[in-house]
Design a protein around this ligand. Structure first.
Ligand code: NAD
Length: 319
């Protein structure tokens, strides 16, 4: 099988490319290297089963040239990261709405199955105990940049789903909760690589707000094994699955764990949300996935601990 991975030079996409090549598949990567990095796929360039296009999913002609040459599309390209979304809300919306539309149109025209990478952000500020795929979305004003990512990804899901329901396009959707691991960069808002980098440098770990907000972190290799199970199964057609780890930790405890795991001399500092993201920034207090659907349909559970995640990120940082 030849898979097109849009966003394949990114964090999750590059690990997914590795896993597909490892099992004998062929991979075409389309990435504009906006948040992705050539370094992530350097080892794949020149591989006989890998093709790389530096370009955008907004380039309809390029997408229509590539799609007929592949068997299956894995659409991961997106404007991601809280800093990116808050800094460039309009550009992010265009990438996340129009980009997905271009990919869906080509998938439908050339009849290629499509996997869509969505996000736990679609649940917005629903702070429920364990968010299941049917949980309600709780959002602030559409004029708040923070929520525009959630809105765009939710529309992406709806569009993909109705291509499935009305046009019989084989579509599968996954909502990633915080996914972390080697190759993720901290500078556009990801907390674990940001903390690990600070701990390795002996600099203070900056906790935003009171640090009592909690999150769950899933190792990228666990997430990739979930994606493979989803795309390989017929039971997942027209379905959406949460992918995440359901072990909850507060951001303050996370900072302490990073310092302890890496034997760092760093201190913990506090920063107000407004100073980090600008005035009026809203965040959710909890974000915990219910993963019983993917567990019961596909038998998937994450297997890697937070200590493993921290150690793996630290080992590869600076490579
Ligand atoms: N990492 C997470 O915790 C997480 C959580 C929820 C959802 N997701 C979703 O998973 C997917 C992958 O995210 P990631 O964490 O690997 O981030 P990433 O930034 O590393 O990957 C996104 C990739 O898309 C590329 N890209 C952006 N705009 C593009 C365009 N117009 N054309 C082509 N390529 C473009 C970027 O260069 C990058 O390589 C995204 O769709 C994201 O919304 C990730």
């Amino acid at each position: 099988m030849r898979y097109l991975i849009t966003g394949g030079a990114g964090f999750i996409g590059s690990h997914l490319a590795d896993a597909l090549i490892e099992r004998g598949d062929e991979v075409t990567i389309l990435d504009d290297l906006s948040t992705g990095n050539h370094h992530n796929i350097e080892h794949l360039i020149g591989h006989p089963k890998v093709e790389f296009f530096a370009g955008s999913v907004l380039d309809t002609a390029l997408v229509r040239k590539i799609v007929p040459t592949v068997d299956h599309i894995l659409h991961l390209a997106a404007a991601v990261g809280v800093f990116t979304i808050v800094d460039k809300p309009l550009e992010s919306l265009i990438t996340n709405l129009r980009g997905t539309e271009v990919i869906l149109e080509a998938a439908s025209e050339f009849k290629k199955p499509l996997f869509l990478a969505s996000t736990s952000e679609v649940y917005g500020k629903n702070g429920g105990d364990a968010l299941s795929e049917n949980s309600d979305r709780v959002l602030g004003s559409p004029l708040v940049a923070r929520w525009s990512y959630s809105e765009a990804k939710a529309i992406d899901e709806s569009m993909a789903y109705f291509y499935f329901a009305e046009r019989k396009l084989p579509v599968r959707i996954a909502r990633f909760f915080n996914t972390v691991g080697p190759r993720q960069v901290g500078h556009y808002g990801m907390v674990v690589p940001r903390f690990v980098a600070a701990a390795l440098e002996g600099e203070a770990l900056q906790v935003f707000g009171d640090g009592e907000q909690s999150r769950c972190f899933c190792h990228v290799l666990d997430a990739v094994s979930a994606i493979l199970l989803i795309i390989d199964s017929d039971k997942t057609l027209g379905e959406v699955f949460n992918i995440g780890n359901n072990e909850e930790i507060t951001i303050k405890q996370l900072a302490e764990k990073v310092i302890a795991t890496l034997n760092s001399s760093s201190a913990i500092a506090r920063k107000e949300y407004e100073d980090a993201y600008g005035a009026g920034f809203e965040d959710m207090q909890r974000r915990v996935p219910n993963i019983s659907k993917i567990e019961s349909v596909l038998g998937w559970r994450p297997t890697r601990s937070l200590e493993t995640i921290i150690t793996d990120i630290a080992q590869t940082m600076g490579e």
